[in-house]
Each structure stands twice: as structure tokens, then as C-alpha cells.
Design a protein around this ligand. Structure first.
Ligand code: HPA
Ligand code: ZN
Length: 328
């Protein structure tokens, strides 16, 4: 319909997508074949059917299995170029792409292999698809702070290719404060900061508080539970903290209606909320436009709201004022 066409055509930025979460079953099969990796599925349909999870932990289990086919620089290139192609087709002009280097370096793949594949695809995307992008390195929070620090050190030679540092994976007993020193060091090195506070995790309000008050990150990924804490809403508004909400991802814990209410509520509170896709290949290929269609849910958002979400996405982006002016 008219609103759906409007959503696809609207110029937008994507602020929350995990590149490893864009591995579509077809590509996973193709890369497995190319690399001689055997998969526990005989068809793409079987694989797609196995993408069945009910909470963050069961999702992560499936998500981590996918990495086994990513081995060579060309694999990381193909993965990233496919995402950029898809995003550009939905009029995404700019994307900040999460990657989890520990997923790869922990199984012996050199940091350089990952970086070279990603950055070569980004350069080709810029040239061929007219989509600009930057990388955000995420630490896996169930791993140690020492491992995160080592990863940060490995990233320093690539400083010009990495705009920010994030925190993802299993939140249970892994609060943001666990990485306080690593984030302080990252900040000193000039990186922007964001971290996941997925919906309805254990101690989620305390995690949000730590991100806002202790670490003072620029953004929170998800973070919808802030609506239950007016005091934290006030802090986020005062600090101009942006939120990257993924309505399809959050759907694993709440009915869609509740997710829509979260985005509606964050807009009504005047929070700088953006809508993004998270791990689209694992979420029934809901990329950013489809996620906006879900968020719009039968009229919950007006065209004006949708434009606000798009404007927020460019305002939340870690780009220069000159570049922002081109988009807005
Ligand atoms: N949450 C936490 N960890 C993740 C996610 C997510 O949405 N995607 C990939 N790793
Ligand atoms: Zn995420």
C-alpha cells in the first residue's frame, strides 16, 4: 500500500545490524560448499526451519553455528556486499555495521582477514551501490574483559576503519560495568560507544543505568525497558542518547503489539529512537524496511513519525556534520 511504498522509498540509515546476522541460508549453503564445510542440514528449507528460537540464549546458539562457513577474506566480502546490496535496494544511504571479531579470531581466523573482507566490500558498496557504511566492533560480553581488551588492541591499527565499539551477546550476569576499563580505553582512542540492553533481560534497568550514567555511551541498542523508568528516560533525554530498536528481534519475547507500543512510547517520550533490523537472516529476512513496516503496524505510526525515525537514524549516526547535512 501507500505507506509501505513510502517506507521503502524514504531515505534512511541503519544503525543496528550484525553482519554475521545477515548470513542468509542460501549464502550459508554456498559458502559451506565453497569451503568444504559440512552442515547439519541437507536443504535450505531445513536450515531455515531450524532458525527457531524463543529467547536471547536460544537465538545466540543458532547464530553462532552460522560462523563455521565464514573462513576466508572473500567470505566476509561476499557476506557484506550482499547486505549492502539489500540495504541499498531499500534506500539505505548509510549503515553502521556491527561485527564480532572474537567469533572469528577465537577459531584462528586472523583479524586482518575479517577486516580486509569487510572493508573491501564497503569500498565497492560506496562505489557501485552509492551506500556509505562504517564498522562498529562488538565485544562478546560473555567473554572476559581481558579478551575484550586484547581485541581492542588488535583493532587499533584499523582505527580509521572502525568508528565505534559495541557490546553484544549474552547479557545474563554480563553487565556493561564488566567492561568499564575497556570502554574507557576505547573512548580515549577516539571510538564512539554503544551497547546492547536487549528487551526484558535480567537486571535490564540496572544495565541501562550503567550505560547511561557509568559508561556514558552515545547509544543503546534496543533499550525499550527504559520506558518503565522515568528517571532514566530523563537522563537519556538530557544526554541525547539514541536508541536502536529492532521490532522484529524483540518479537521473540513480546507480542508484536507490545513492540509497536515500545516504539510509539519512545517517540512520545521524545527519545531519539531509530528502527533497525538486528539479525535479518535469522529473523525471516526482515531488513530495515520490513522492520519499519512491522513497527508501523496498521497505523501505529504516521508518515510524520516514520520521517522522525529516519531523521533520528541520521542524527544518531557517527558521521561528520558536513556528511549529516547532505542526508538531512
Ligand atoms: N543481541 C545480543 N547479541 C547479539 C544480537 C542481539 O540482538 N545479535 C547478535 N548478537
Ligand atoms: Zn543486536
Amino acid at each position: 500500500d501507500d505507506l509501505t511504498r513510502f517506507i521503502y522509498a524514504m531515505p534512511k540509515a541503519e544503525m543496528h545490524v550484525h553482519i554475521e546476522g545477515t548470513l542468509e541460508p542460501e549464502m550459508k549453503f554456498r559458502l559451506a560448499q565453497r569451503n568444504g564445510v559440512s552442515l547439519p542440514y541437507s536443504t535450505v528449507e531445513d536450515m531455515r526451519a531450524s532458525y527457531n528460537f524463543h529467547d536471547l540464549q536460544s537465538f545466540l546458539k543458532i547464530f553462532y553455528e552460522g560462523k563455521t562457513v565464514l573462513l576466508k577474506e572473500q567470505d566476509f566480502y561476499d557476506l557484506t556486499y550482499a547486505y549492502l546490496t539489500k540495504a541499498a535496494s531499500q534506500n539505505v544511504l548509510y549503515a553502521e555495521i556491527f561485527f564480532d571479531p572474537q567469533m572469528h579470531t577465537d577459531r584462528g581466523i586472523p583479524f586482518a582477514t575479517v577486516m580486509n573482507g569487510l572493508t573491501r566490500a564497503q569500498a565497492d558498496g560506496r562505489r557501485n551501490l552509492k551506500i556509505d557504511s562504517q564498522l562498529v566492533l562488538c565485544f562478546e560480553r560473555e567473554l572476559t574483559a581481558e579478551s575484550a581488551m586484547k581485541t581492542l588492541e588488535a583493532a587499533l591499527p584499523y582505527r580509521q576503519h572502525i568508528v565505534g565499539i559495541g557490546l553484544d551477546s549474552d547479557e545474563k550476569n554480563n553487565p556493561p560495568d564488566k567492561f568499564r576499563e575497556v570502554f574507557a580505553r576505547a573512548r580515549k582512542a577516539g571510538f564512539h560507544l554503544t551497547m546492547h540492553c536487549d528487551l526484558n533481560q535480567l537486571d535490564t534497568h540496572e544495565h541501562i543505568r550503567q550505560v547511561l550514567e557509568d559508561i556514558q555511551a552515545d547509544r543503546i541498542d534496543h533499550g525499550g525497558n527504559i520506558l518503565e523508568r522515568p528517571d532514566l528516560v530523563a537522563v537519556a533525554k538530557r544526554r541525547g542518547t539514541a536508541f536502536t530498536v529492532c521490532p522484529v528481534a524483540c518479537g521473540w519475547l513480546r507480542e508484536n503489539g507490545e513492540n509497536i507500543n515500545i516504539i510509539r512510547g519512545m517517540l512520545d517520550q521524545g527519545l531519539k529512537v531509530t528502527v533497525a533490523s538486528d539479525d535479518p537472516a535469522y529473523m525471516k529476512s526482515n531488513y530495515v524496511a520490513e522492520s519499519l513496516v512491522v513497527a508501523q503496524g496498521d497505523g501505529a505510526l504516521s508518515k510524520g513519525d516514520l520521517l522522525t525515525l529516519a531523521r533520528n537514524s541520521f542524527e544518531a549516526a557517527w558521521i561528520s556534520p558536513a556528511q549529516r547535512k547532505i542526508y538531512l
